[in-house]
Ligand binder design. Sequence first.
Ligand SMILES: [Mn+2]
Length: 372
Amino acid sequence: MSSMRHRLASLIEAQAERLGPSASSSTHVAIILSHPTRYMTNDIPYPFHQNQDFLYLSGFLEPDSALVLHGKGRPDQAILFVPRRDPGRELWDGPRSGKDGAAALTGIERVHSIEELGAVLKSLKGTMLWYDTSQPAHPRLHQAHVCPVLEAGPTPRTLRPLIHSLRALKSSAEVALMQEAGRITAQAFRRTMALSQGDVDEAVLFAKDGEMVLLDGGCEYFGYVSDITRTWPINGKFSPAQTELYESVLEVQRSCLSLCSPGVSLDHIYSTMLALLGRQLKRLGILEASTSDAEALKAARRYCPHHVGHYLGMDVHDTPELSRSQPLQPGMAITIEPGLYICEDNDQVPKHFRGLGVRIEDDVVIREKEDL
Ligand SMILES: [Mn+2]
């Protein structure tokens, strides 16, 4: 986490340098809030989910916390704010780390109670503030501690895109966690497929003989996720039409997978996918052979109404601040998930394809181009 904080400090330093000499000699203050506990109903919380930007930079998993980075020219000093120990609350909510525990856990030496956030922020007197005012991660902390500082100080600069550009590039440790998440999910898929052929309770899995099951699933492993889709026949045997559709999608997926390398963008892979799906639609007889390329693309968009993939990491749809037009770089993780879905009532399509849908999704880590 400390290397991630240093990388963020370097990004802020570099941005400030571009803004001119007065910006780069400023004292920078960056504020990242944790998530609050969210409640289903009175006293009944949802499972807690940490703000991933905060988790990425602090490694701290408790609600009602905050991270402040500050420093002249380069915000490379960290202050962590955490909930104070409270035996009364801990009896109900579970143990808290407290200041000492948080310091030991995160390696951040300066730790305060969260109540002190506003006062410490005021004392830092930053000349450049880095904070996202839109959709604050913790509305109550935002209101009580950050708003007074915002009112007194300069307009803050946005922080989320910088953090997301760091989060997009996975370290080898992060890749290892994602590989494990992928392995666990693959195992769960194999077990589900095996189980689905036997006598299975329809509350668990409902499909009639001759139908296919599309399962889009994944898991979270130490904060990192997988996202996989498979489509298979419930009775263990594809019908001829199912085979044709499945193999079309598989062929497109293989071509798209082979494009996953540095310098290529997700948007580029997406437009390639549409062109390839258009070709498959003709081959399947869903489109007439004489259909123009432009019309085939339009049809491909109709039969596959989603993108070819998305960034993957701590979130399923990870780092949304990052455009899909950006060239992929080594260390990025993405999904590749072409599909074809044919409505039951689409009378433009040969009968045997109606009501069929196939998606195949896998997770990919971009690596350095190998020297040939
Ligand atoms: Mn996906």
